[in-house]
Write a protein that binds this ligand. Structure first.
Ligand code: ATP
Ligand code: MG
Length: 257
């Protein structure tokens, strides 16, 4: 079943067309890679899906519902979560509190019951603590729970971002270069982790990544962007042997890095 659809999506910044007539039909449960050289328009697509940037043209549809132009927090509530290429954590808060604050986006209690510490609120707070702890465990981060997020190595900060994204109960998870800053061993573990959380949380995943070993191993299909244009779309094997893709990457050394 089709879960997330982008139809003829275009984004212009002044005279620059960062994304041009982009189409995507993400099926429920799929893991799709979005690759392309620097500046190809990959992150812009995430910013369009989450309405961080408003589309210039085109439509974004989630589970049959048109979400184009919907507020970003509403889109989160509809079931789309993302991580950021430039990590966005509360660096002065602990890992645990970073996940807790993300869980709070789902809070049901009113401000009044929070102020008066009513039982409903206290119960919800306990549920949030438990959920945050469970998410840290899922990402193998429990031993860092009291560490300040800003003091963690890059690779762990990226995993903490994933746990924050999961805290909003997404259907679709958008990962923007999750392996950046990770060594080959950590990247291998990340591949297994992405597959595990997809299963455990029933996720559909769109993955932006420059690490081709990761993309080619775990993605079921891959879309390649260059200068905002989709230049190829296919199975990992097809993409690796596609002359246009190889040309787009020539000189960057990324494709077979
Ligand atoms: N807010 C903005 N204003 C103007 N131009 C922008 C803006 N955001 C992105 N761009 C431009 O759009 C193009 C695509 O950028 P984008 O960040 O989507 O690339 P990317 O594929 O994610 O690249 P990278 O692999 O380096 O992260 C670039 O030319 C970039 O400079
Ligand atoms: Mg990017």
């Amino acid at each position: 079943m089709s879960l997330l659809k982008l139809e003829h999506v275009t984004k212009r910044f002044g005279g620059l067309t960062a994304v041009s007539d982009f189409n995507l039909d993400l099926q429920e449960g799929e893991l799709v890679g979005l690759i392309g050289p620097n500046g190809a328009g990959k992150t812009t697509i995430f910013n369009l899906i989450t309405n961080t940037y408003l589309v210039s043209e085109g439509k974004i549809i989630l589970g049959g519902k048109d979400i184009t132009g919907m507020k970003t927090d509403k889109i989160t509530a509809e079931g789309i979560a993302r991580t950021f290429q430039n990590i966005r954590l509360f660096s002065e808060l602990t890992a645990f509190d970073n996940v807790r604050t993300a869980c709070h986006l789902r809070l049901k209690s009113s401000v009044l019951s929070a102020v008066f510490g009513l039982p409903g609120y206290r119960k919800e707070e306990k549920e949030i603590d438990d959920k945050a702890m469970a998410l840290l465990k899922t990402l193998d981060l429990e031993k860092y729970k009291n560490d300040l997020a800003g003091s963690l190595p890059y690779g762990l900060q990226r995993k903490l971002e994933i746990s924050r994204a999961l805290a909003t109960n997404p259907k679709v998870l958008l990962l923007d270069e999750p392996a950046a800053g990770m060594n080959p061993e950590e990247t291998l573990a990340l591949a297994a982790l992405i597959l595990r959380i997809r299963k455990e949380f029933n996720l559909t995943v769109l993955l932006i990544e420059h690490d081709m070993s990761l993309v080619m191993t775990i993605c079921e299909r891959i879309i390649v962007l260059d200068h905002g244009v989709t230049i190829a779309h296919g199975l990992p094997k097809e993409i690796q042997n596609n002359p246009e893709v190889i040309t787009a990457y020539l000189g960057t050394g990324d494709l077979y890095a």
